[in-house]
Ligand binder design. Sequence first.
Ligand code: PRP
Length: 183
Amino acid sequence: MTAIAADPRLSGRKVKRIAFDAETIATRVAELGAEITEAYPDGELLVLGLLKGSFIFLSDLVRKINRPIQVDFLVAASYGDAMVSSGNVRLLYDPETRLEGKHILLVEDIVDSGRTLNKLMALLEERSPSSLEICALLHKRIADELHYDTRFVGFDAPHEFLVGYGLDHAENFRHLPYIASLQ
Ligand code: PRP
């Protein structure tokens, strides 16, 4: 832990606990890629990454999907600089790719309250995809309000504020190769 406590990427903050190290994440992402490959034997598959939090997960995941895919992004924001979800989900970028008739896989870094997914899934359903599923790296399992199944889940997440592997606090720490809570 000493080496990680001194991690120069943390701008003086200290890791309280590493929830998922880089190797554990890589193993699970490879498994998810295999699950996704098997789940979509045919049809066009559009993998939609929800930015910004999913950017590292998405880039690792798509390289483990062993079939043709297209990739596009959605940009939404809900937290701002706070450590709790505000529930105020704003869509800042809408995919330009056609969604109609395609299998859509929405890739999210973490499901917390579920409000982001409720809003985005409702928007995507209106575009008449042939199927619409969610893949989340982390799921806190507290999303009582979430109206949609999360078909592919990497890990159940501890109920702590997590950073790293795309997850931020006020835009910091996204580049950590592990997922941790900070002191
Ligand atoms: C975070 C996270 C999820 C969402 C989850 O995004 O990346 O998208 O909140 O919270 P919820 O289930 O309570 O809606 P954020 O708004 O912080 O934007 P970011 O992806 O740019 O970090």
